[in-house]
Design a protein around this ligand. Structure first.
Ligand code: ATP
Length: 635
């Protein structure tokens, strides 16, 4: 080594030596703050945070700065965090820039020390159960704040006026009340305050945002919503005076009158030199680092790609490095991620089915998808791809859960679907039958059943006479946010071990299937008939873990037929439906369709297109007769 290099190295060493204990102490205090947080908050997925492993390289979701001295970002979305965050835990991370705790089950107040971390730039708390007033004191460096889908109440803090760097402000679906303050936020690109209890007029500075930013606040008025009437019941005008922030006023007061003495000048000169020295040092270190990197070349690139972020996730453990990025997207799919992103996403198990395990995966940019990791696929790659190609063609229908992408390798087969946040028909019918349950009304049951029937009819007609579903049941009827029924798991039966399917469809399986070991369109009609009976009776057609055994009827078609034969037809219907007036006839007609579907002889069952037609006729007839009744009553 040359002598001048040695001198420089010595200088660096001499400079770093005194600050090294400070670096270690800062990181230690950050890690302790995180450990305090994790100890107070139960979590479903392993965070791997413990004092014996290095914070910056092995703690899940934790990012440090370049020299590894401070924690600067925490991303732990959808890891099943529960409970309320204690004060003086995360709030102690005073170098934190990004905090993402979205899609967990956190509740209670947000500790004020988090919102006021002075370095904080992005705060993502959406989809939790936080409540109470959002803290009034906020980091003025914030550029993104998303607290949507919580239960925050109180008014929008006036301190929002000071968030001049804000580009995203999402407060939708909370219980925030009062008027919107006159926010003049020059960088704001995305604003959403919809579905709160806001009132008064929309401030002029925010009137350029679309009406969807404000909808769902019945007492809010003015452009882009309807004009405010001059005599408003609850005008609550926006506050016309906003006190300037304390920091601004202090700065304004102090700067003009300042006079510098000799002492101050010496301090400034010494400080300036130190800064200059630091700058030169940093440039030097960067140069050294680059030389080092260059000498490692491609290897270095590979190492970083395979680093902390690339740990295999539950649904991706069989994915090989060489096969990365071979995620195949179907045409028209707008998703913008690759396999690597998917494997890095945080995942939550939705359930285990006969075909494998389903996960909810939340990608870094906020996209949510459902991923199915298939087990026991019995076909080879070619056949698998042919089936996928077929599904790409057939699966395009509003009542079929869209398959967006797939991945195939020797050890891993993944299917990526749209995530359906409203859950399944099974959960809606049988989940939480105790107190606090929201009953499923008649119109919703009809809408879901008709949607499902349309989805199945579409597969039968588009896929050809030999195309059937083979696994129709209420947990495979998923719901859109408007409660429309969509059929899922389309086209998977031909890929799987037949006995696995047989064992899981008990209760919905047509009697001939066990004998012939063949799934047909007529056996799908039978299964749909059972789902319709389940929707009408509220009874579960099979035993299930944790279920209320009083609601289980092992052979539902047989039970319904026996009750109807005894002329106790009214007894078969779900008690929740008895409260609805004037729908008895419609209910009985739907019951007749269901019974036609579960006829023992396959040839006697209607085709799915006929089922759809009959259901539509019943719906239209009843709508027309109720309209004409109301017309008669109108004077
Ligand atoms: N796209 C999706 N969006 C939301 N939830 C889903 C999605 N796909 C599946 N689920 C849910 O995940 C859970 C497991 O689904 P999965 O289809 O793997 O099993 P299953 O329906 O219980 O049985 P089977 O494998 O026989 O269909 C179910 O509760 C289902 O409602």
């Amino acid at each position: 080594m040359k002598p001048h290099s040695l001198i420089l190295m010595l200088m660096i060493f001499l400079f770093i030596l005194p600050i090294f204990p400070l670096i270690v102490a800062d990181l230690k205090s950050d890690s302790q703050a995180l450990l305090d947080f994790a100890a107070a908050i139960p979590h479903a997925r392993k965070l791997n945070w413990n004092s014996s492993t290095p914070v910056c390289s092995s703690w899940v979701g934790v990012t440090c700065n370049l020299n590894g001295s401070r924690v600067i970002a925490i991303h732990i979305p959808a890891v099943g965090l529960r409970g309320s965050i204690p004060a003086h835990s995360i709030g102690r991370l005073d170098a934190l820039k990004v905090l993402s705790l979205r899609s967990n089950y956190l509740n209670g107040n947000l500790p004020p020390d988090i919102a006021s971390i002075s370095s904080l730039q992005s705060l993502y708390l959406q989809h939790n159960n936080f409540s109470g007033q959002f803290p009034a004191s906020l980091s003025t460096k914030l550029n993104a704040l998303d607290i949507s889908f919580n239960s925050f109440s109180g008014s929008i803090p006036l301190a929002f006026q000071n968030l001049t760097r804000l580009t995203v402000l999402n407060l939708q679906n909370n219980s925030i009340s009062g008027a919107i303050p006159r926010l003049n936020l020059p960088k704001l690109k995305l604003l959403n305050v919809s579905y709160n209890n806001l009132n008064g007029s929309i401030p002029f500075s925010l009137q350029n945002f679309p009406s969807s930013s404000f909808e769902g606040n019945s007492l809010l008025c003015g452009p882009p919503l309807k004009h405010c009437s001059t005599i408003s019941l609850s005008p609550s005008p926006s506050p016309s005076y906003l006190p300037p922030s304390s920091t601004i006023s202090q700065n304004q007061k102090s700067i003009p009158n300042k006079k510098f003495g000799l002492g101050s000048i010496i301090v400034m000169a010494v400080g300036g030199s130190a800064m200059l020295f630091l700058l030169v040092l940093m440039i030097f270190i960067c140069c050294l680092k680059r030389t080092d990197d260059d000498s490692k070349g491609v290897l270095k690139g590979k190492a970083s790609r395979g680093g902390r972020n690339e740990k295999p996730k539950d649904f991706g453990s069989g994915v090989q490095e060489a096969e990365k990025n071979k995620l195949f997207f179907f045409e028209g799919c707008s998703y913008n991620f690759d396999l690597e992103d998917l494997l890095r996403a945080s995942a939550e198990v939705l359930g285990k089915g006969s075909y494998g395990t389903a996960y909810k995966a939340v990608l870094d940019e906020g996209t949510v998808v459902a991923v199915k990791r298939l087990k026991e696929v019995v076909v080879g790659k070619k056949e698998f791809e042919q089936q996928m190609e077929f599904l790409g063609r057939v699966g395009q229908h509003p009542n079929v859960v869209p398959l967006r992408a797939y991945y195939f390798s020797k050890d891993e087969k993944l299917l990526v679907y749209n995530y359906m946040p409203a859950g399944s028909l099974f959960m809606l019918l049988h989940g939480n039958r105790g107190s606090g349950r929201t009953p499923l009304d008649w119109d919703s049951r009809v809408k879901i059943s008709l949607g499902t029937a349309r989805g199945i009819a579409h597969i039968h007609s588009e896929g050809g006479a030999k195309c059937s579903h083979g696994n129709i049941k209420s947990s495979n009827v998923l719901l859109t946010k408007d409660l429309d029924g969509c059929i899922s798991d389309v086209g998977l039966t031909p890929l799987m071990n037949f006995s696995a399917t047989l064992s899981r469809t008990t209760g919905y399986r047509a009697p001939e299937v066990a004998e012939t070991r063949k799934i047909t369109q007529k056996s799908d009609v039978y299964s749909f008939g059972v789902v319709l009976l389940e929707t009408l009776t509220g009874k579960v057609p099979h035993q299930y873990p944790g279920g209320n055994q009083h609601d289980v009827v092992v052979d539902l078609p047989r039970w319904v037929k026996s009750v109807v034969r005894e002329e106790w037809t009214a007894e078969v219907f779900d008690v929740e439906l008895l409260r609805y007036q004037n729908v008895e006839e419609e209910m009985v007609q739907m019951l007749q369709i269901a019974l036609a579907c579960v006829t023992k002889l396959p040839d006697m069952r209607p085709q799915m297109v006929q089922v759809v037609k009959m259901m539509e006729e019943i719906k239209d007839k009843n709508r027309m007769s109720s309209e004409s009744e109301s017309n008669v009553q109108t004077p």
